[in-house]
Each structure stands twice: as structure tokens, then as C-alpha cells.
Design a protein. Sequence first.
Length: 264
Amino acid sequence: MIHLTREVRFNLLPGHSQRPVTNSWGGWPTATALSPHLVFRCQLAGELETDSGYLCNIKLIDDALRNKVIRPCCESPPPETAEALIQFAFQAIQGAFPDNCRIEKLTLGVTPFLEYSIHSKNETMIQITQQFEFSASHRLHNPALSAEENLRVFGKCNNPHGHGHNYLLKVTLEGTPDEQKPVVSLEGFESLVRSQVIDELDHKNLNVEVAAFQSLNPSVENIAMVIWRMLEPALVDLDDGQLRLACVRVYETPKTWADYFGDR
């Protein structure tokens, strides 16, 4: 099984659907006026074509999203919400690809930090991912080990005075939208993460000032797990029980991150 993902960048510009594609890197239609700049990421899954070695010619992905989704949205009023737009897009491109592959996931990037996704495993559910940031210091140390063993296992991360990171946090919620309300209030989502996580961890010495790490080494893996435990019980404040925490991702550096999916 191979996965292929293609990113298609676009601007929602009414009346611009017939403009030529002059810079697909920057998005089509070209942003000749102030307009929302959005991104689709279409992930296909399947088996490779024998003759070409392709899962799917990426031009087919570009054409499907541009002709079946972006062009119609520039010719008539587009869906009013991100949830409605990604649902429309997911249905519109069904059947647009060869029989050897299927749509595995479609993601709509609304800002560089906020995205909506639909997975083929549950087409009625939408995932919403928002990014956050916090800065904190920590020391990786196991009191059960000798000083020499700690240094061998953790290296410079065992510095007695600790060290710091600017952590990037991505929180993904999932739920089923309806016509009466969105999956989640973004303001409520952001406020919850801020009160439950950011205010508790930002500019703190994790080993000393955060109770969860008094007996738990604050590795990036454990930080992701602890953040999940901070958030999951608090979701009842946002929803009547239909909303679910899907993933917590913590970047310790741009090259190192951990995902936690709960007990699943």
C-alpha cells in the first residue's frame, strides 16, 4: 500500500475561475486582490500502476480539485464554513481517480496553523487541528540511575541546570458537524487549550513547577501524554459528548516530535 499526497494552493476570488494557471506554487487563481488563501492536501492510497510507476498522475489531482471544487467556488458563492467547504470538496472529487487508488484523506488548510480533515474511514466526521506554542525548560534525569548512567542515557539533556525549548503543540479534535452548529467553537477550543495547557506549562521549569513531572521524566513523549490527560477530561466544557480528542502532537524541535492518541 502506497500513500501519495498532493498539495493544491488556491485563492477564493469570485469571477476569476477562467484565469490561466500562471504560478501553481503560489496558488490559482492568482491573488490579484485581497482574498482567502487556502490549501487542499489530498492523500490517495492504493497500489502502483505497472506501466508508469505512479499511484496517480498528480495532474489528475490538480484538475479534480480545480475543476470540481475551486472553479465552482469562484463562479458562485462558496460554502460559508470550512466544515461545509471540505465536505463539499470530499464529495465532489469522488470517482475522479484511477481504480487502483482511493481518497484516503482530504485536508483543508485555512491558515498556516488551522486545518480541517476528512478521512475515508469515517466520512461523516471532521478533524480540526490548531497549533499552539509554549516555552519551557526541563532536565532529563532518572534518579534511579547513577550520574554516569544518566549522562550516558541523556547526554547534554542531563545538564544539572536544565535547558529550554520553544515547543510547538498541535491539538486535533474530531466530531460530526450539523447544519445548526460547527464541530467546535474555535474560540472555545483555543481558550480551553490555553487554560488547561499553555497557562500551566508556558515559561515553567517542567521538572520543578509542574506536578505531573515530579515523578515523570519530561521527555517529549511524556509531555504529549501529559497534555492529553490535561485536555481530555475538560472537553465536556466544549460539547455535549460528541466531541473527541483525536491526537496531541508536540514538537520539541523542528526535527523531533511525538504523537499521542490516548489509549487507542
